[in-house]
Design a binder for this molecule. Sequence first.
Ligand code: ADP
Ligand code: MG
Length: 679
Amino acid sequence: MSDQFHFPFAVSANTLSKLAKLNIRNIWDLALHLPLRYEDETHITPIADAQIGIPVQIEATVIQQQIQFRPRRQLVVQVKDVSGHVLHLRFIHFYPTQQKQLAEGNVIRALGEIRHGFFGDEMVHPKIRTDIEKGLSESLTPVYPTVNGLNQPTLRRLIETALKNLPADDTLPETLLSQLQLPPLLESLHFLHSPPPQYTPRDLHEGTLPAWQRLKFDELLAQQLSMRLARQQRLNGHASALIGDGHIIQSLLANLGFELTLAQQRAFNEIKQDMAQSHPMHRLLQGDVGSGKTIVCALAAAVALEAGFQVAVMAPTEILAEQHYLKFQQWFAPLGIQIAWLSGSMRKKAKDETKALLANGTAQLAIGTHALFQEDVQFNQLGLVIVDEQHRFGVAQRLALKNKGEDVHQLMMSATPIPRTLAMSFFADLDVSVIDELPPGRTPIVTRLVNSSRRQEVEKLVRHTCAQGRQVYWVCPLIEESEVLQLQTAVDTVAQLQESLPELKIGLIHGRMKPAEKAAVMSSFVQGEIQVLVATTVIEVGVDVPNASLMVIEHAERMGLAQLHQLRGRVGRGAAASRCVLLFSEPLGDIAKARLKVIYENTDGFEIARQDLHIRGPGEFLGARQSGVPMLRFANLEEDLPLLEKARDLAPILIAQQPEVVKKHLERWLSQRAAYLGV
Ligand code: ADP
Ligand code: MG
């Protein structure tokens, strides 16, 4: 990413450094630095007419100034305006300069909200002006997001100058704009930076104003264009077409012990078709927790193996990678296929041996964590990369993967459903196969919300479940501030449970354990030697133990919806009726309440994801995408769906018919971010 500054006018080094903190590096960045809000200094409101809670500007004479010491030191100033009404201005922090400004007898303007205070009507920390001879502002005063050391007037001046220096041409042709009923870009920017006097601050926050619509549309269009171009580039690239003869697949299916669901078959067929192409596949296999994604990617792996290519399977955590390793061993080892394991925590000697096997092609399948994509790992003939829970990988890892596999087919898996608007925008470059059906014979999970004061009842339920030969997960609270504290809590939980349930075998698994220790605990749980598995959230994804039928989650109110849904999905995998108990502690915030309600009322991952998007915005879904794809500053996917649809429809037409428009538009909107495009 370029750190170059481009301003066609002088800006001091100090200001430049402040601007950099705001990600402002050129005049376009300045012009697109839009006000956070507006202040109305265009008229004076008599104190008598001011409504409570709405910002107003008053003009009045200071009649008394005093410093009060109770309840704490503060400056209190009484002012009186021509309507004869008195108002108190109260400053908890103040400077000698302010005392001077507010000397008795001075005429001042104060901008703020009036409220009923203990001693009468007051304004707390109003904005004060003494330059009243200047007259009133002609338009609303923009208030910009800023950083320490860069004040509003300076920023305002810089932006004004930038607006004057912007090239006059629009990126979008006039005919197009009139079809879309959108105003020119410059006009829109001028409008938002210095709105005409007839608009109130409230009007300007309406996203439906044409000026806003224009900015949002431009942004969405840039996103659509760049995604389409990235896709085109991929389709023009080369990868080996992978076509198998079916012999591995036949044996695999014959030994499986179950039939594929129709949804699994459909997804597999889509993947198979992609892999038979001579350009790289870039497909997301999406299916709710427990929908059976693993076997589908094993089948995809089988196609590549049949075609004589190597396959790499990468998972975000060692536990998850190990689960895949065990499954793939079970499925492929009997067919004489050699599988290599690679993770960051392996000893150098073992790693070197594995690397040699991958480099000379002896190992046909490689399974592991992102260690698989370190620079020194060479494959003999890599044909397919499978990435589980792709959204949990960071940008650097995605880049490494991309460099390793420009020309290989990529299959990504995710249990986090992508809501439609995100699929249309941030994920528009991916092809998606959806497994929208669970394997037969599952009974729905019953979810209970239980106040943590009733923990004993939950312990009884644990006892009851284990007495029936079933197993239990007990998830300890997430403690974001400290991993050590989190571990401590987990250890305490084990002790506490062991005391109340002495007859049960209780195990512990947490993120600080060595991979071998984790594997040992996991395997005891799989074997049924451990009845209750106490875990920090390491079991979040992928763990598959069908005999577990009770999931207890402590402090569920601290967790995100996607995480809760994933955790809950660890049970309900066998035929037994399963339960999920969400322990919560009061008081609950609004968001926590909303989340618990959603998870209680819904079992469909898609609906949960949709509501999550509504509660929190798209951050969670994007994960690694965040840096890879142009982010949206102005558009809001939910509100602006109509604009998004327009941008999506227009993008291919522009690419086909007006490449020069595409180029100009992207340059203007993505100049800084181009390096990361398409990662
Ligand atoms: P996820 O999509 O969450 O990764 P898994 O692939 O782990 O799900 O599958 C969940 C469980 O369902 C596994 O125990 C798997 O063996 C089983 N399973 C997968 N497909 C089927 C099917 N078609 N019929 C019955 N069981 C299946
Ligand atoms: Mg899985």
